[in-house]
Design a protein around this ligand. Structure first.
Ligand SMILES: [Zn+2]
Length: 291
């Protein structure tokens, strides 16, 4: 069996994968120090028997089997943490790793591959991640950075500007405007009380400030999509993540794209595999790596 792990900024999911499908799935909250993290992995990955292969989708970027948080606020101890070696030791089997959004991009590409060969996947969640399929291949990149569209800059400032720079060190990142964290931060500033992105969306019908924050985020996402279209000539953008799939976020992104000149528009679709895309994409990738 393949054990697939999806390690994100706020949770760790594990699945037992057989014949390309999820047979059983567990989830625990992410832990933010090394010892507690390893304990959580042990707990979440316990399916009663040892895996033959471990497929990992991990937040941050991966280089040489080590993981690094792009945004240092996400997981502070991921500053070159040797995840691959640690998991190999723990499970005594081969470990194949992908960035979580790259894995989800691959998971979303698989059901679409008869139709498109070039695809941009964006996940709007705690942070903003992305993945690129170029000519039918997942682009990971020599530094593991390919698709990190959350840290591409956009000329749409957040509505609570000026704010300190993004955790990656740059001031104008898409993530700083359109992530769940950024939405919550802007909600606190404009609506005057702490709330998560779910509550912000629920307030849209009765509070135009809530709608303005979400529309501004959608505008920033549309701009990032248009930039990617110009750079990579992708055929479709797929939107996933808890914020991306919330309420009418995709319709708002489409509306903003439709406001751009025709050259910059492309189809925007909804993620199909949802929360399982990273697990399924990583597992399929691990099988390919096995040859
Ligand atoms: Zn950034």
């Amino acid at each position: 069996m393949i054990l697939a792990l999806d390690i994100g900024g706020s949770k760790i999911s594990a699945a037992r994968i057989e014949d390309g499908g999820i047979v059983e799935r567990h989830q625990v909250p992410m832990r933010y120090n090394e010892e507690a993290f390893l304990e959580a992995v042990r707990e979440v990955a316990d399916f009663g028997r040892p895996p033959e292969r471990v497929a990992v989708a991990a937040t941050g970027f991966l280089h040489d089997g080590k993981v690094f948080s792009v945004n240092i606020n996400t997981i502070p101890f991921w500053k070159g943490f040797p995840l691959q070696a640690v998991l190999r030791r723990q499970f005594a089997c081969p470990v194949v790793m992908l960035n979580d959004a790259q894995a989800a991009a691959w998971g979303e590409y698989l059901p679409r591959r008869d139709r498109v060969n070039n695809l941009l996947f964006i996940t709007l969640s705690t942070g903003v991640g992305g993945g690129l399929i170029c000519d039918g291949q997942l682009r990971t990149g020599p530094h593991g950075l390919a698709g990190h569209i959350g840290h591409a800059s956009v000329s749409i400032p957040p509505l609570d500007a000026p704010v300190p720079p993004c955790g990656c060190g740059r001031p104008d990142c898409l993530e700083h405007v359109a992530s769940g964290t950024a939405l919550a931060r802007q909600a606190q500033a404009l609506l005057g009380k702490p709330m998560d992105s779910r509550e912000l969306f629920s307030r849209i019908p009765q509070d135009e400030r809530a709608a303005a924050i979400v529309d501004n985020a959608a505008r920033a996402v549309a701009q990032a999509i248009a930039n990617c279209l110009m750079l990579m000539d992708v055929e479709e953008a797929v939107i996933g993540g808890s914020v991306g799939l919330a309420a009418d976020m995709i319709e708002r992104i489409r509306r903003e794209l439709d406001g751009l000149p025709a050259l910059f528009r492309l189809p925007v679709s909804r993620a199909i595999a949802g929360a399982d895309a990273g697990l399924l994409g990583a597992a399929d990738w691990a099988l390919r790596a096995a040859g």
